[in-house]
Design a protein around this ligand. Structure first.
Ligand SMILES: [Cu+2]
Length: 138
């Protein structure tokens, strides 16, 4: 399971601090609001998933959802059940929040082990992926 997204590998901490400081100052100088350029937006990580990793859901589950910590361009969630059967439908982004995604599931969902995999492109263009598992019981 890798809920955490990739982190930048910075060999020179002092340089990293300088870059962050420049970006922070630049971000402060930019106008705020939805139209704000995403200059300072870095690659991001997962804030939360539903159902939670390692949790048990009931067979009446209809949605798998994700929230990222930062802005994203796109994301695709694929949910596979017993035997590798894909039960997720198209991934939809919240039209008002580019950090939130969900997919409807083909119902009824059978009891068993499920894996939700995701492939996301962050606002900075970096591609990231990960997965988590949950169980469905009657
Ligand atoms: Cu990145």
């Amino acid at each position: 399971m890798s809920l955490r997204a990739h982190r930048p590998v910075l060999r020179r901490p002092t340089a990293a601090v300088a870059i962050v400081a420049v970006l922070a100052v630049t971000a402060l100088a930019l106008p705020q609001g939805p139209g704000r350029p995403t200059l300072a937006a870095a690659h991001t990580s997962v804030e939360s998933v539903r159902p939670k990793a390692g949790s048990t859901a009931k067979t009446n589950i209809t949605i798998v959802a994700m929230v990222f910590e930062g802005d994203t361009r796109s994301n695709k969630i694929t949910v596979k059940g017993p035997g590798g059967t894909v039960i997720s439908k198209a991934t939809k982004r919240d039209p008002r929040n580019d950090r939130r995604y969900q997919t409807a599931l083909a119902t009824p969902v059978k009891p068993g082990k499920y894996t939700a995999s995701w492939r996301m492109t962050a606002a900075d263009g970096h591609k990231q992926k990960g997965s988590w598992t949950f169980t469905v019981k009657k």
